[in-house]
Design a protein around this ligand. Structure first.
Ligand code: AMP
Length: 419
């Protein structure tokens, strides 16, 4: 074995895993496409400033998890740690604010965060995400939550649980942050040093803390949900009613925080109890201030992202479509250049005709080739000895007939139509 290995926290997607991922992607495309979301792909890296401004200077992502590098020309670039800021950048760059609103987009891409790897947590991982930019109403929030629930259900994710909250607007949050910071300063005795060091930077993160003492202290902390401005409370109420009507169950969790700074109003997260410590499947929220923060006009937006690896872990083994092999071309006359040429031509012609066809490429003996064809599940094997005479073996029926080369493909096509 070579000493070269995939970098820590990264993984290879081998063909056996790729089948599951393809199925997941098909579900996402079907569900999001049917709701009018168009696919978008943004570059793997962006100007570091986009994430510093878009994700938030105070977040873990920006403070310690970004893979940043100099592009050779003195500009700092960063491998994308998330998808919303790049999608908003593209929305502005391509003048999508001039299109009929909202602009609805979805993506399936890989992202990069310098985190400590563990089960379900990687340094390069994949997310499917959806964003609706330019719509302020609660129907958009509810639509996105329901679409994520639909994707999770279609993928077969088990034991899902939805937590829901509202952060209010930036102004409410500012006032609340002051109140919370004052509470935290007054109770520093009951907080971990890390939480204390962040009080003035981001006091909300205190709700996220794992240590018992901080958790205890946070039990009596002021709650933002109780302090929403009337129009934010009304928006949140409407979201809840729409979810109730759609039969989507959720739990209100006023302590819900997510690792990104741009959220306002609705915030949600799906978890699965069948995952271990890394139980978050995906989540999202409303980010009405983000586009403006990136230099655009005031534009509402809402979206989510869900982790592919977590979804697949929580779904367990799922049926995947089997690869059908219509034809395996075996070479009986191994020393005959003509036989090899005829076999090559036949395999190509079969593929052109829409069949799935494989040609013997490993120099096996005839017995080995038939065994291999059987292993592949090939429906027919064309055995080429004399290039003008081909033996076509029906692997299911077991019978073998001599036919002219030009009759092979029509025979298989007739066969596949019957099957
Ligand atoms: P976030 O962009 O942080 O809101 O994450 C959305 C979802 O992406 C999470 O709920 C996870 O399912 C997944 N995710 C985030 N970070 C990682 C990671 N380092 N490795 C694997 N999945 C991740």
């Amino acid at each position: 074995m070579s000493s070269l290995q995939a970098p820590r926290g990264t993984f290879d997607v081998l063909p056996a895993d790729a089948a599951q991922r393809t199925v997941l992607e098909q579900h996402a495309r079907r569900i999001l496409g049917a709701a009018g979301y168009g696919r978008i792909e943004t570059p793997t890296y962006e100007a570091t400033e986009l994430f510093a401004r878009g994700v938030g200077e105070a977040t873990d992502i920006v403070q310690k998890e970004m893979y940043s590098f100099d592009d050779g020309g003195g500009r700092s670039m960063t491998l994308r740690p998330e998808g919303t800021a790049p999608v908003c950048r593209a929305y502005l760059e391509h003048g999508m604010h001039k299109l009929p609103q909202p602009v609805k987009l979805w993506y399936l891409s890989s992202f990069f965060r310098a985190e400590a790897p563990q089960k379900g947590r990687f340094r390069q991982f994949w997310q499917v995400g959806a964003e609706a930019i330019g719509a302020a109403g609660p129907e958009t929030d509810a639509e996105l939550i329901i679409l994520l629930a639909d994707v999770l259900r279609a993928v077969g994710v088990k034991d899902t649980h939805l937590r829901l909250s509202s952060l209010g607007t930036a102004e409410t949050r500012r006032e609340y942050r002051e109140e919370l910071a004052a509470y935290l300063h007054a109770h520093e005795d009951g907080l971990s040093p890390e939480v204390i060091s962040r009080i003035d930077l981001n006091p909300m993160r205190a709700f996220d803390a794992d240590d018992r003492r901080t958790k205890e202290t946070m039990r009596n902390a002021p709650i933002l949900l109780d302090r929403l401005a009337p129009e934010d409370a009304e928006h949140f109420e409407r979201v809840k009613v729409l979810l109730d009507e759609a039969g989507v169950s959720y739990e209100l969790d006023p302590t819900l925080v997510r690792g990104l700074d741009y959220y306002a109003r609705t915030l949600w997260e799906f978890t699965s109890s069948s995952l271990g410590a890394q139980s978050a499947l995906g989540g999202g929220g409303r980010y009405d201030g983000l586009i403006e923060q990136l230099g655009g006009p005031p534009t509402p937006g809402v979206g989510w992202a869900a982790g592919i690896e977590r979804m697949l872990l929580a779904a367990g083994e799922q049926p995947v479509p089997v690869n059908v092999v219509d034809l395996f071309v075996a070479i009986a006359a191994r020393d005959s250049t003509e036989a090899h040429q005829a076999g090559f031509k036949l395999a190509n012609a079969a593929r052109q005709a829409g069949l799935s066809a494989q040609l013997e490429l490993a120099g096996r003996g005839l017995k080995g080739q038939l065994k291999h064809a059987d292993r592949l599940g090939a429906r027919y094997v064309a055995i080429i000895g004399d290039p003008m005479q081909i033996s076509l073996k029906d692997m299911e029926a077991g019978d073998q007939t001599e036919i002219a080369p030009e009759a092979v493909i029509p025979t298989i096509l007739r066969g596949s139509r019957v099957a």
